[in-house]
Design a protein around this ligand. Structure first.
Ligand code: NAP
Length: 447
């Protein structure tokens, strides 16, 4: 049970947002953290900040008609939730996956507000997407879908208004089609309107790698705070998309041994350490399935159909696929196997019950808002480069990313200490992210 004021607001959130369990889960987690500062900040209650924060500034839902390769008309639903612009233009990715609905987009947008605040960069929070599934679709079909999606979305975007990027199902190919259509419709080469662009047309070095790199760096920082590091540790990574691939790369650079990868069909275990070049070839180039990795790698690598990637004994877990993929049973198994740290590369991949298990076992737990903020932070660096018509080197950009991740880690720890919850990164991230947004909202008056 939350304290009575927070509970009353939360009850109102439940009433106004029925049938949106992921959104309710994300709100509840933030409210639980805010109990730590509730008494010190009556002004937040006086200004109804929480209720205002739980209501998106704008939600856009639209029809996306397109023609498939057989000549049939297909209809999908498009979403953009422009959640909060207190700190800057709405910023957050687009997700193309059959599970996408308004509740999922709202949960992701809500998380994004605090994550973006934590980066220290001037970006607000938003998220969008569609129930379109790019798997198994030809390039022509993906292009026609993206063009139709952008034909509506472009009216709501702008480098000072709303700046989307990628997420599940939206990578370099989709961003290319989306940017091309935006440019054609507006007759403007407005590079700063989308991030995750190709390097030849306004993209930033390190953006592709940034979320995965950041999650691995965050795990390293958490372990360093406890006198240890990723070096020499066995690491389980879930997923084999953008976040997972580059988490695997950074883990290996830090001296760790990434031993797993997965997709929705199962997972692979490779005791010799995942061969990143082979995994990239299968996943990024050929858009293949994860079992092909075990078949082509040989030498003891094996594919497990079903089961859980979290059954593999490891020192560090980096969930990098999707929400609620790591439940209480998985958490218990990881703890039994001696896990030291969990760093969320994906958004809300651990259920609340799993997080409680990690807390009780004193596992260092980095919530997605902090641990995967490297992606959006580097998107903001891409916007900076676009604004100054500049292109930074890989080394410079990676250095900025590393500094930002270390800064977020330090801010979480300092805030957790300040509010009497030492070592609690969830409370640290939520409180630090929330306060900046809340203070800005108060400064702007009732808008
Ligand atoms: P991605 O490139 O599309 O990869 C997603 C991976 O997760 C794929 O291997 C996919 O397998 C797997 N997956 C997705 N949904 C699944 C499900 N319901 N069950 C099992 N496996 C599933 O996406 P991504 O960009 O890496 O994003 C992964 C996570 O990181 C998401 O939670 C996203 O919100 C978060 N995130 C991403 C970024 C970013 O910069 N991209 C930034 C911050 C947070 P299949 O191919 O079989 O579906």
């Amino acid at each position: 049970m939350l304290d009575s004021t927070l509970q009353a607001t939360y009850d109102q959130v439940l009433r106004r947002n029925p049938g949106e369990p992921e959104f309710q889960q994300a709100v509840r987690e933030v409210f639980e953290s805010l109990e730590a500062i509730q008494d010190r900040h009556p002004e937040y209650q006086d200004h109804s900040i929480l209720m205002r924060l739980c209501e998106p500034e704008r939600q856009i839902i639209f029809r996306v008609p397109w023609v498939d390769d057989q000549g049939s008309v297909q209809i999908n639903r498009g979403y953009r939730v422009e959640y909060n612009s207190a700190l800057g233009p709405y910023k957050g990715g687009l997700r193309f996956h059959p599970s996408v609905n308004v509740g999922i987009v709202k949960f992701l947008g809500f998380e994004q507000i605090f994550k973006n605040s934590l980066t220290g960069l001037p970006i607000g929070g938003g998220k969008g997407g569609s129930d379109f599934d790019p798997h198994g679709r030809s390039d022509g079909e993906v292009m026609r879908f993206c063009q139709s999606f952008m034909t509506e979305l472009h009216r709501h975007m702008g480098e000072y208004t709303d700046v989307p990027a990628g997420d599940i199902g939206v990578g370099a190919r989709e961003i290319g089609y989306l940017f091309g259509q935006y440019k054609r419709l507006t007759n403007r080469y407005e590079a700063g309107v989308l991030t995750g662009k190709g390097l030849d047309w306004g993209g930033s070095l390190v953006r592709k790698e940034a979320t995965g790199y950041g999650a691995a760096i965050f795990a390293d920082e958490m372990l360093k705070a406890r006198g240890s590091s990723v070096d020499g540790r066995r690491v389980a990574v879930s997923g084999s998309g953008n976040v997972a691939l580059y988490a695997i790369e950074k883990v290996a650079q830090l001296g760790g041994i990434p031993v797993t990868a997965s997709d929705s069909s199962g997972y692979v275990v490779d005791e010799n350490g995942i061969d990143l070049a082979l995994l990239q070839q299968i996943k990024e180039v050929e858009r293949g399935r994860i079992h092909e990795y075990a078949e082509r790698r040989g030498g003891g690598a094996r594919f497990v159909n079903g089961g859980s990637v979290w059954d593999v004994p490891v020192d560090i877990a980096l969930p990098g696929a999707t929400q609620n993929e790591l439940d209480i049973e998985a958490a218990r198994t990881l703890v039994k196997n001696g896990v030291l740290a969990v760093s969320e590369g994906a958004n809300m991949p651990c259920t609340p019950e799993a997080v409680s298990v990690f807390r009780a076992a004193d596992v260092a737990f980095g919530p997605g808002k902090a641990a995967n903020a490297g992606g959006v932070a580097t998107s903001a660096l891409e916007m900076q480069q676009n604004a100054s018509r500049d292109a930074w080197s890989f080394e410079h950009t990676e250095q900025r990313l590393t500094e930002i991740m270390r800064g977020i880690h330090a801010r979480c720890l300092e805030t957790a200490d300040e509010v009497g919850r030492p070592g609690d990164y969830v409370v640290g991230a939520n409180v630090a992210g929330f306060r900046k947004v809340a203070d800005a909202m108060i400064a702007f008056g009732v808008i």
